[in-house]
Write a protein that binds this ligand. Sequence first.
Ligand SMILES: [Zn+2]
Length: 413
Amino acid sequence: MKKLEMLLFLCLFSLFILTLYGENKENITVEKITDNVFKIQFTAPFMTNSYVFSTDEGLILIDTGFADSADEYLQKIEKFSKKVLYVLTTHFHDDHLGAHSKFRGKSTIIAHSNVIKHLCNYYSLPPMKHSSAPDLTFEEEMILYVSGKQIIIKHLQPGDTDSGLSVYIPSEKVLLTGDIIGPENFPYCDINGGGSVKGMLANYQELINNYPDDTIYLSGHGKPYTKTELINYSNELDEHYVICTKLIKGGMDLDGLKTAPELQKFEHLTKIFAGLKMRWLTAILNEMRANPLESINKPVTKKIANSGIDAAIEEYKHLKTSDATKYNFSENELNVLGYELLKRKMITEAVKIFELNAAEFPESWNAYDSLAEAYLNAGDNENAIKFYSKSLELNPENNNAKQQIEKLKKNPD
Ligand SMILES: [Zn+2]
């Protein structure tokens, strides 16, 4: 399993997708928003929007959906029969930059510089070349002029991530906002990606105050918002935030917030993506900590770079006893680090990190699933089968493990 995070997403969204979309519906649909702006909506693995601005000179694409849908997406774009001039990326998440490889060398791919930071760098590990990295980055603002029309691209303050941007097209009166605005749901605040609840709430004020009243606000996952709808949404999240902070100051923890009667009236904001409520609450709690926990992978990767993997593992064990309240030692930390090492082809190091995670969390089926995947990458099929089997023992529903074992037994080499 790639990451706990992805699994969580797939579980949460599958029910939503099954409910909303019939079996025969196309995975990608095109909808006209204004005369020249079109929404391209993906329905699987979960509902995501990308947009096209069509001009006389060519197309400007804003986000490109999932890598798995890149070919199907390209077919839709080809139907416009125009050259793709620019590909703009609203932030670094996989569901927004999946088709970059299709435009590499043909169009200019633009994003905020933090997109490169998240895709290519991971603490002290050697930077890597990422197939979705942009060609051109900017810091604060960039204005494109195409066919005499302006496209104003601005970096937003850290909200859903620290790489978010807005794209305003005055001639169309549309403002594209990436994942800043949730789809009539709590928005997704990715704290590991530099996100911030306070920043998110401040971004709504910026989007409301600085654009005309008849602006159409377009989001990465939901329906278009009018300004009035955005004001209502923003007010509701402000009120939720004030109540939460009061409860937290009174000593309430995450479990308490989850079911607090004072927050029940906001439950309708969980109807589409239910899991985002917990992320939102976790982000609020984390921001209120005097000293937010740091990732344990920060010192561990430094040690890997300077002294090798064995010294890094010793460092992890040492810090777990000496600095237990400074660092985040959750299971997901080492899991993420293991995959970062795999991406860099540091296979021996990855195997050792996944081994450490499985030893630290021996009841976790996901830790064994990841360890098995690392052995698969190392060409050690015997250990891959052994740990996929262990994972399956802990979670008989782990279909990935089932399939991998079957495949490995059929083709042992
Ligand atoms: Zn998204």
